[in-house]
Design a protein around this ligand. Structure first.
Ligand code: HEM
Length: 427
């Protein structure tokens, strides 16, 4: 039987047939999508697309002028390194221009530029530096233990529902001090916000924009209440630290705290879940790599974790908007043009990786852009995410080395998150 990676290299595309704005494209198997991106890197590395149209909503977003897709590692790097030319402020997580209030509400600092970005990043980065991530180490170990014990006791047989989804969710919620009674609501809201229009998560007849707004409002409500409470009743959690800093300009307003929470829940949750689920699929398809990891987890844990993130590329793209006219690899971009930085494609770029279609838990070097390329917006949660993936896979392989996928993953139909909705498994 052909493995996914073998099929990938075989997939042939005519670049004129590739439409990255067509929802159907994102429902194709990964092998076909990877084949399309290989074609683009080779034949049309910076290509232009009309913006997707959102149907079925009472809220009409004006259709913008389209976007360029950057598919090569070096062009993605160039855009990330020059935030003064490639802006995040007009919106980093949507191809369409959203009303500014919605950009702020849903994406917080990821869609800001300096000086605002530097201020927000300074305030929150303390909480996420490697030293403090070591401090949440205990909670990562504890949550891993609880999640695996529950799954082993009577899981549903779906790896996403039993392991990959609850694990990062419970860690973020416990870091922020969200009560366990709200976990299910938080999970449901984050699924809706990042559904990418997938009909499993947004049933027929649901207004997609209103559903996302409602989910955002619910998360905001939870956090506003918690932030107000921690202002007067601080404890040793991130929420208390963020609302109670010594210097006025160095703390978050209630509104900033709420949008930071929406960002954390979405950026930190679905992504780590996606990486952990892809790892089960990849290790089941590559038993030789799984055997290497079982033999020497400590020796390979760092390279394996990064290879999982490269392989999964949980975030498919981020957007930038041109501040000025600029020539990128010979393409003349104009002020106001939009570019999408396709991390999934950069992570399979033949010019940046030896044998990129090979899943190799010992890959060195591995200059992947799964957490974004170097620049001011590089993933704030990278240390935490790496730690979560490492601990979960260490525990899975130690306790249940036979763990494997028993069927095909069900792909999320989204252009933005390379998600897995369900993955049947057995211990
Ligand atoms: C495997 C897991 C993860 C992946 C693949 C991932 C990926 C990314 C990517 C691609 C970016 C955008 C970089 C850019 O625009 O240049 C980003 C930004 C961000 N991520 Fe992550 N992320 C992960 C986990 C996390 C976690 C666990 C958290 C926090 C709990 C987190 C919080 C953030 C935040 C706050 C930003 C915005 C940073 C800024 O704008 O300065 N992420 N992440």
């Amino acid at each position: 039987m052909a493995t996914i990676s073998q099929m990938t290299t075989a997939a042939q595309w005519n670049p004129d047939d590739i439409d990255l704005s067509d929802p159907e494209f994102w429902r194709r198997p990964w092998s076909e999508r990877d084949g399309a991106f290989a074609t683009l890197r080779r034949e049309r590395p910076i290509s232009f697309y009309d913006e997707p149209v959102i149907t079925g909503s009472v809220i009409e977003l004006p259709r913008g002028a389209g976007y360029y897709a950057l598919t090569r590692h070096r062009d993605v790097a160039e855009a990330s390194r020059h935030p003064e030319i490639f802006l995040s402020g007009p919106g980093a997580v949507s191809q369409m221009d959203m009303p500014p209030e919605m950009v702020e509400y849903f994406s917080g600092m990821i869609s800001t530029d300096n000086p605002k970005h530097a201020r927000l990043r300074r305030i929150v980065s303390n909480a996420f530096n490697p030293r403090n991530v070591r401090a949440v180490e205990d909670s990562i170990e504890r949550v891993a233990d609880e999640v695996l014990a529950r799954a082993q006791r009577g899981g549903t047989g779906d790896f996403v529902a039993d392991v990959a989804a609850p694990f990062p969710l419970e860690i973020i919620c416990s870091m922020m001090g969200v009560p366990a009674s709200e976990y299910a609501t938080v999970l449901k809201c984050s699924n809706v916000i990042l559904s990418g229009g997938d009909s499993d998560l947004l049933p027929e007849g649901t207004d997609p924009i209103l559903a996302i707004l409602e989910a955002g409002a619910t998360l905001t409500g939870i956090m506003e209440e918690l932030g107000a409470y921690r202002l007067d009743n601080p404890i040793d959690d991130i929420t208390s630290a963020l609302v109670n800093a010594e210097i006025e300009s160095e703390k978050l307003t209630q509104q900033e705290l709420a949008s930071f929470f929406v960002l954390l829940v979405t950026a930190g949750n679905e992504t780590t879940r996606t990486a952990i689920a892809h790892a089960l699929h990849a290790l089941s398809e590559h038993p030789d790599q799984k055997a290497r990891l079982i033999d020497d987890f400590e020796g390979l844990s760092k390279t394996a974790t990064d290879e999982i993130v490269r392989w999964a590329s949980p975030v498919i793209w981020m957007r930038r908007t041109l501040a000025v006219d600029h020539v990128l690899s010979g393409v003349e971009l104009k002020a106001g043009d939009k570019v999408l930085l396709f991390y999934n494609s950069a992570n399979r770029d033949e010019d940046a990786f030896v044998d990129p279609e090979r899943f190799d838990v010992g890959r060195t070097p591995n200059d992947h852009y799964g957490f974004g390329a170097p620049g001011p917006h590089f993933c704030l949660g990278a240390h935490l995410a790496r730690r979560e993936i490492t601990v979960m896979w260490r525990e899975l392989l130690r306790r249940t080395p036979g763990v494997h996928a028993t069927g095909a993953p069900s792909q999320l139909g989204s252009s933005f998150v390379n998600g897995i909705k369900r993955l049947p498994y057995s211990f």
